[in-house]
Design a protein around this ligand. Structure first.
Ligand code: FCB
Length: 440
């Protein structure tokens, strides 16, 4: 039997736009995802988050399910447009009250609330003013973070500033696959910097709490040992991992990545003390891992998310894939955790997302196998001394999977979108058993 320390935190994760619905209720303002979904051709099937899993109304039932599973913590995100419908200035108390009720319900059920302050639903007025490529958005984010922190700090101990700033910057502003759907390489680099700056300012403003940031990291390998392929792997590791890890944990941008980006941006948007701010002390690093990456020299379809490295090609590793097309490889998670421990020692880690999309409904043997393999990789990492403190499965519920709409299901719990009926899948029962036993 593989067991974890008794204090190891077992949780599940969701995000506001993917599950809440109620997009015009209680004063919520529009977010960039409302606008993006309303733009023809952006989201498969023309799906939107307008109703989603109706969690805004059904949260008591959802918390009851979490309790049944025995979750120690629930990672959710706060929708900025519910708190400040215009993205700055006036606060809508009804938005704060919703999250306050959610937090109380969680605590009443013995579940730790783990809010993330930004999981991609930027208030539309801030995008209209230029969005994340503008420095002002970082300042507005810090202000909003402080508002939410003040309202909930008496009950919430662990805060996450951003979810996956890589996606916000490069899918939002380089490929346009995510809201706001822009295709402007220089703007995407600026966006990455201002997301990081927003993180640092918010972390500083909440320094009395335990604060972290969640990054989508992966293990990158080269297709061969040729100099070109090795350089491709260096570049993608740089853009996917180190562009975010180094500023936050080492207070610097990696030199090689700066050089790779020289022909895209002059870095004139980086001001003197920014890196000091971005490296504000944090208490944990959230790691989202789904799939490894194998790359080589070649061409990517344009526009590429890997700005400045458009001549890198993504290779097929020959492994099984989930229904969303992501290769399954739990050893990539182990390699990633060992690498984080080696290159960025001393920062406690939490897996804040890991999971799989499959078409199966309630009997989801494929998802069980995926989760089992990845939890085993976590156990192996812990046994080799990695400071991994918890694991959150993505996702508690089937939900709105961004540009894929509702077609991709990641939930431990099945949602029938016609009736909003929740049915725990086999994976939910498997997870409850892991939690009850403290291991596999
Ligand atoms: C991550 C996102 C999360 C979800 C999973 C499948 O990139 O953070 O919202 O969509 O992928």
């Amino acid at each position: 039997m593989t067991t974890f320390e008794p204090g190891f935190l077992w949780g599940a994760a969701t995000s506001s736009y993917q599950i809440e619905g109620a997009v015009t209720e209680d004063g919520r303002g529009p977010s960039i995802w409302d606008t993006f979904c309303a733009t023809p051709g952006k989201v498969d099937g023309g799906d939107t988050g307008a109703v989603a899993a109706d969690h805004y109304h059904r949260y008591p039932e959802d918390v009851a399910i979490m309790r049944e599973l025995g979750l120690g913590a629930y990672r959710f995100s706060v929708a900025w447009p519910r708190i400040q419908p215009l993205g700055s200035g006036a606060v809508d108390q009804r938005g704060l009250d919703f999250y306050s009720r959610l937090v109380d319900t969680l605590l009443d059920n013995g579940i730790q609330p783990w809010p993330t302050l930004y999981h991609w639903d930027l208030p539309q007025p801030l995008e209209d003013a230029g969005g994340w490529p503008e420095r002002d958005t970082a300042l507005r984010f810090a202000e909003y973070a402080q508002i939410v922190h003040e309202a909930l700090a008496d009950r919430v101990t662990h805060w996450t500033t951003l979810n996956e700033p890589w996606c916000s910057a490069f899918l939002g502003y380089a490929t346009g696959r995510h809201a706001p759907g822009r295709q402007d390489p220089d703007a995407s680099i600026r966006a990455a910097h201002h997301l990081l700056l927003g993180h640092g300012l918010a972390a500083r403003a909440m320094s009395d709490a335990r604060v972290g940031v969640t990054l989508n990291l992966t293990h990158v390998t080269a297709g061969s040992n040729t100099a070109d392929d090795l350089d491709a792997a260096r570049r993608i590791d740089g853009m996917q991992n180190r562009l975010f890890l180094d500023p936050v944990l080492l207070a610097e941008y990696p030199d090689d990545v700066r050089r790779d980006l020289e022909h895209v941006t002059g870095f004139d948007h980086v001001q003197d003390d920014d890196l000091k701010t971005i490296a504000a002390p944090i208490d944990f690093l959230g790691v989202n891992y789904y799939s490894p990456m194998l790359v080589g020299h070649g061409t990517t379809p344009s526009p590429s998310a890997y700005v400045g490295s458009e001549h890198v090609r993504h290779l097929d590793g020959g492994r099984r894939r989930t229904s969303i097309g992501w290769e399954i490889d739990a050893s990539g998670l182990l390699d990633l955790l060992l690498r984080l421990d080696r290159d960025y020692p001393a920062i406690p880690l939490y897996i804040t997302e890991n999971g799989a999309a499959f078409d199966d409904e309630v009997h989801d043997a494929d998802r069980v196998a995926y989760l089992d393999g990845h939890v085993r990789a976590c156990a192996e990492a812990v046994s080799r001394g990695v400071a991994l403190k918890g694991y959150f499965a993505w996702s508690l519920l089937d939900n709105f999977e961004w540009s894929f709409g509702y077609a991709q299901r990641f939930g431990l719990v099945h949602v029938d979108y016609d009736t909003q009926r929740r049915t725990p899948k086999d994976s939910a029962r498997w997870y409850a058993d892991v939690i009850a036993r403290g291991g596999l």
